[in-house]
Design a protein around this ligand. Sequence first.
Ligand code: HEM
Length: 141
Amino acid sequence: MTTDAAPRRDRTQIAPGYSVGVTEEMIRELVHAFYARVRAEPVLGPIFNAAIDDWDEHLAKLCDFWSSVLLMTGRFKGRPMAVHVQTPGVEPEHFGRWLELFTRTAQELWPPAAADLVVGRAHMIGRSLQMGIAVSRGEIP
Ligand code: HEM
């Protein structure tokens, strides 16, 4: 039997980043620049440097993460909620610093529409991670 279904659109063409021109190369540039700044940031730097042994592996994982979020490539295989709940030293007040640095880096490196998209997603994910941390500590029933 033959099927004459219309050819499926590639998933990546309906991904949120597609229409604002996000590319893997842009993601790589943003991730590398952002974490270089994080490592040098006085409060965040020590937390990340204590938690991460292999920075090449971490940066590759974060490129996969943003590629999955923005381009729907499905490459990311991690468990961000569990990681943030379990990593020592991650506190709610760190999210503001993280997001401020991320926003500045995205706005410097990416065109406005793409920067707005990635910053918006980071805020949404940050809120859900903070919620998960609060629930795991019994601060929210
Ligand atoms: C607000 C938005 C944030 C996003 C989108 C984000 C995203 C991620 C992702 C995707 C991972 C990899 C998870 C995995 O391996 O499965 C990760 C790891 C990590 N994040 Fe975040 N993060 C955010 C905020 C923060 C903040 C505020 C801190 C606090 C300092 C933090 C500290 C860490 C650390 C230390 C790791 C590595 C843990 C390890 O591999 O042992 N993150 N993050």
